[in-house]
Design a protein around this ligand. Structure first.
Ligand code: MN
Length: 255
């Protein structure tokens, strides 16, 4: 297994592990750049407080599409916190059967989120798009000009053509191990330009060795992606880190 120091977990729910503080400390000690996404704006402040005391963990301000049905009223709170961070997420759209009934409301919320990010400028946004790749890309195209922010598509499972469209729009992709288990998705992922690839765990929602994945488990993704591209794992890890640096430089901060 490769060293964890310098790896990138660009989408992880640190506040959903049994001990939030302990997993933040563990990510920090492993030296993994970890983007701690949030699902509601109420969770933001505690995540930001813990992240600010670290070198490697950052917090993102989110309003998860699966929670929009109950939490759309927290949108003003989301907006109020936006000046406190460059990282936004988890946001996006979910047209899966359990959440389809809120799809219109999700679209209103996502439009507002993107408009606010465009107005503020310089944001890096981690976006959910389950069964909604086209709608997500349509929204980004309509409401977030490429000069005004950067999108990282998280657990993207659209078609190859949709991935190509996303690349042309300037999007990045954060890839997790579960995505690579699916042959169709793996083929789509193999066609993404190397300089747009990031890695993620989406822990604790994915598993590594029968337990919830932790940020350091992103090493498994690096190894799988490096095999897919016939590169060595350390070389691939260095490339992902350099992709992260480019992404952040386009919008301001070094990694
Ligand atoms: Mn997630």
């Amino acid at each position: 297994m490769i060293a964890t120091s310098g790896l990138v977990d660009f989408h992880c729910h640190l506040d959903l592990y049994p001990d939030h503080q302990a997993i933040v400390r563990e990510s920090e000690e492993a030296g993994v750049f970890t983007l701690a996404v949030t699902t509601t704006p109420r969770a933001w402040s505690r995540n930001q407080e813990l992240a600010q005391a670290t070198r490697h963990v950052r917090a993102a301000l989110g309003l998860h599409p699966q929670l929009v049905a109950e939490r759309a009223s927290e949108l003003p709170l989301w907006e109020a916190h936006l000046t406190e961070t460059r990282y936004v997420g988890e946001v996006g759209l979910d047209a899966g059967p359990r959440f389809y009934k809120s799809f219109d409301l999700q679209k209103q919320v996502f439009e507002h989120v993107l408009r606010c990010c465009a107005k503020a400028g310089n944001k890096v946004i981690t976006v959910h798009s389950i069964r909604a790749a086209k709608a997500v890309l349509d929204h980004i195209e309509a409401y977030l000009p490429p000069s005004q922010g950067r999108v990282v598509l998280h657990w993207f499972t659209g078609s190859k053509a949709e991935a190509k469209r996303a690349v042309e729009m300037g999007c990045y992709f954060s890839i997790n191990a579960s995505m690579l288990d699916n042959e169709r998705h793996a083929t789509m992922i193999a066609a993404i330009p190397l300089d747009r690839l990031l890695t993620e765990t989406d822990g604790p929602f994915t598993k590594t060795a029968e337990r919830p994945s932790k940020p350091a488990d992103v090493a498994v993704v690096v190894e799988a992606l490096s095999r897919l591209h016939a590169m060595s794992a350390p070389t691939f890890a260095t490339m992902v880190r350099s992709n992260l640096r480019s992404l952040l430089e386009q919008s301001g901060e070094g990694a």
